[in-house]
Design a protein around this ligand. Structure first.
Ligand SMILES: Cc1cc2nc3c(=O)[nH]c(=O)nc-3n(C[C@H](O)[C@H](O)[C@H](O)COP(=O)(O)OP(=O)(O)OC[C@H]3O[C@@H](n4cnc5c(N)ncnc54)[C@H](O)[C@@H]3O)c2cc1C
Length: 331
């Protein structure tokens, strides 16, 4: 277990904002999370679990508490079940599955962050979501001070939600996750942007490794690489609608998507139609390739991000009547 003091959160989060965290504890074995919890309790400080910081926004004042990071990395396989320790890079889990010819998470290639965070917001991309393959998670429960296994049904997954970011936020430390995959290929038709890429590039390999390659290339073109360009990925959630709301939106000329028995509007489309794509607001750039993404180009601090966010929300609401909701977690 490593205990670090006064670590700048801008160095631990991909948006590259945030002042010092009082303590950062790197957890190197499951038992150490108990020790870290006791440490926080003794100092009467709050505890926050951080992974790769790809979906977390930190403030300039930092965090007067204890950040715990799962740094335990390992991937094992038993038949078609893969168990990844929470500190493993998520993309390494996808690469491993694809090498074994297993389908279920190949469209989730190149999502930044660690495996332990994957169930928190039920990561999803290009038609796949973590919930499709998720079996269980080994966790430490800060409330009951015990190790537990949470089954898929315990997590109450939905679009970008689980109990881990709603009703039981900050209650559990995910030690490992287990997924159940299948031999075979992702069913067609694929997501529209994948079909477009396939047609334009004459792709013929739709094995898990082939899809991983296609998705990786689309993402490399469209999305900022967090190692080089500061962002937290999609900054706003898509908007989910009832059937009546979807009919109304369509009547107003707004494209509505229907998937997994749900109607939705792409918030990126709203931002683009509001004329904000490519704009620089308070040092934050609305990506010119994917309007849902905010890039920290020259923000002086959290306040610049907050102002840019408020302006985007206001402009979109005034034009379309929909209130955008932030996707990343705030520390
Ligand atoms: C360029 C870019 C592209 C992205 N594309 C996508 C995408 O296509 N689809 C998608 O769904 N997301 C996407 N994201 C968001 C992000 O990659 C995911 O949300 C990812 O799961 C975050 O992982 P992390 O380890 O960085 O989490 P962090 O930001 O560190 O944490 C996120 C949340 O999870 C909690 N948490 C983290 N680790 C644990 C743990 N071990 N136990 C309990 N709680 C934990 C934290 O407390 C926090 O609430 C993208 C982000 C970027 C920067």
């Amino acid at each position: 277990m490593k205990i670090l003091e006064n670590v700048l959160l801008k160095n631990l989060t991909t948006m590259r904002l945030g002042g010092p965290a009082r303590y950062v504890i790197e957890i190197e074995s499951p038992e150490e999370i108990k020790v870290a919890y006791e440490f926080a309790l003794k100092k009467d400080l709050p505890i926050f679990v951080l992974g790769g910081g790809a979906n977390t926004i930190a403030k300039d004042e930092g965090f007067n508490g204890v950040i715990v990071k799962n740094t335990i990395q390992n991937i094992t396989i038993n038949n078609n079940k893969i168990t990844a320790m929470g500190g493993t890079e998520w993309d390494a889990v996808v690469a491993f599955a694809c090498e074994k010819g297993l389908t279920g998470i190949e469209a989730l290639s190149k999502i930044p962050g660690l495996a332990g965070a994957a169930p928190v917001q039920n990561i999803g991309a290009y038609g796949q979501e973590l919930l499709d393959t998720f079996l269980s998670a080994e966790v430490y429960d800060f409330k009951e001070k015990t190790f537990k296994t949470l089954q898929k049904s315990d997590l109450n997954f939905s679009y970008r939600h689980s109990i881990l970011n709603t009703t039981e936020k900050n209650r559990y430390f995910v030690i490992s996750i287990t997924l159940e995959l299948k031999k075979g290929e992702m069913p067609r038709p694929f997501y529209a942007s994948m079909e477009k890429y396939i047609a334009e590039n004459d792709c013929t390999d739709f094995s898990p490794a082939g899809i991983r390659d296609i998705v990786s290339k689309i993402r490399a073109y469209k999305l900022p690489d967090p190692a080089k360009i500061p962002s937290a990925g999609s900054f706003f959630k898509n908007i989910y609608l009832t059937k009546a709301e979807a009919d109304e939106a369509e009547a107003n000329g707004i494209p509505v998507y229907y998937s997994r028995n749900q109607y939705s509007i792409n918030s990126g489309w709203l931002i683009e139609q509001a004329g904000l794509k490519g704009q620089l607001l308070h040092g934050m750039r609305v990506s010119d390739k994917a309007a849902l993404i905010l890039i920290n180009e020259s923000a002086k601090g959290y306040n610049d991000l907050a102002q840019a966010r408020a302006e985007i929300i206001k402009i979109v609401e005034e034009k379309f009547g929909y209130k955008l909701e932030q996707e990343p977690v705030e520390l």
